[in-house]
Design a protein around this ligand. Structure first.
Ligand SMILES: C[S@@+](CC[C@H](N)C(=O)[O-])C[C@H]1O[C@@H](n2cnc3c(N)ncnc32)[C@H](O)[C@@H]1O
Length: 245
């Protein structure tokens, strides 16, 4: 993990959330129902878990490698445990969960085959639901991003596994009946509020640019926003992908 999540944790909840539609699709995809025991893998500040709990009465445990992110989740009364999902072992017994959800976390994992076989081990007859971005979705980022931070596209393509690869790895770990579908993750106006989010590096990719390159992009984005009478909108799409045990 080369993102400073201690820093990110301070503003994460101000800048990142998911539309209710995405949470509903996770519930439908995962066939999530009342009373299930669910693991939120790479739970961060607990955004997904909290939104799920608003809609469904379930037992959710979050795991994450960042203590500051977990602290924010804990303040929301979520049950959370520190764990490194990249060391080949998750601290749970076999057949512990009915569902595992991992939103925007697998791109941070080096050994996905090991992680997926661990997920398989700790699931009972259940489902692993992942939310990520395909390479096509990364390429299709709003032109504003391409224009001002062009290297972000290549950076993300190199760290996000594409859907075919995820599908293959899920099958290799034993998962079956894999499905995937596109969802709208964010549709935000490119305005002063957005500029502030970018300045605070609200997505981890910005942390991977050289500081000078980042500053140049911010300056150009700033001039672009000043020159517009109306806000453009930036649409970010993602892919839900699931496999069943
Ligand atoms: C982009 S955030 C997503 C957080 C949350 N799932 C959400 O959608 O709001 C990625 C999270 O993955 C966590 N993470 C990264 N590497 C990890 C690892 N090896 N084990 C557990 N969590 C990890 C980070 O600490 C961070 O909280």
């Amino acid at each position: 993990m080369n993102v400073d999540y201690a820093e990110v944790s301070k503003t994460y909840d101000d800048y990142r959330s998911y539309p209710e539609d995405v949470i509903n699709r996770i519930i439908e995809f995962g066939k999530i129902s009342e009373g299930m025991r669910i693991l939120d893998l790479g739970c961060g500040t607990g955004t997904v878990a909290c939104n799920l709990l608003k809609l469904i009465n379930a037992e959710i445990i979050g795991v994450d490698i960042s203590l500051p992110m977990l602290q924010v989740a804990r303040e929301k009364s979520l049950e959370v445990i520190y764990a490194n999902a990249d060391n080949g072992w998750l601290p749970f017994a076999d057949n512990s969960f009915n569902a595992i959800i991992g939103a925007y976390v697998i791109h941070q994992i080096n050994d996905l085959p090991l992680l997926f076989s661990e997920c398989y081990r700790i699931l009972c007859d259940g489902v692993l639901v992942l939310l990520t971005s395909s390479h096509k979705q990364i390429e299709a980022q709003h032109p504003v991003i391409k224009q001002f931070f062009p290297r972000c596209i290549d950076i993300d393509k190199s760290r996000f596994p594409d859907i075919r690869k995820i599908d293959y790895l899920l099958k290799s770990a034993g998962f079956k009946d894999n499905e995937h579908e596109e969802v709208m993750v964010e549709n935000i106006p490119i305005d002063q509020t957005y500029l502030q989010k970018v300045k605070n590096k609200y997505v981890s990719t910005y942390h991977m640019l050289e500081q000078k390159e980042f500053q140049v992009g911010v300056k150009r984005l700033e001039s672009f926003i000043k020159s517009r009478r109306q806000s453009d909108f930036r649409e970010r799409r993602g892919t839900l992908i699931c496999g069943r045990k």
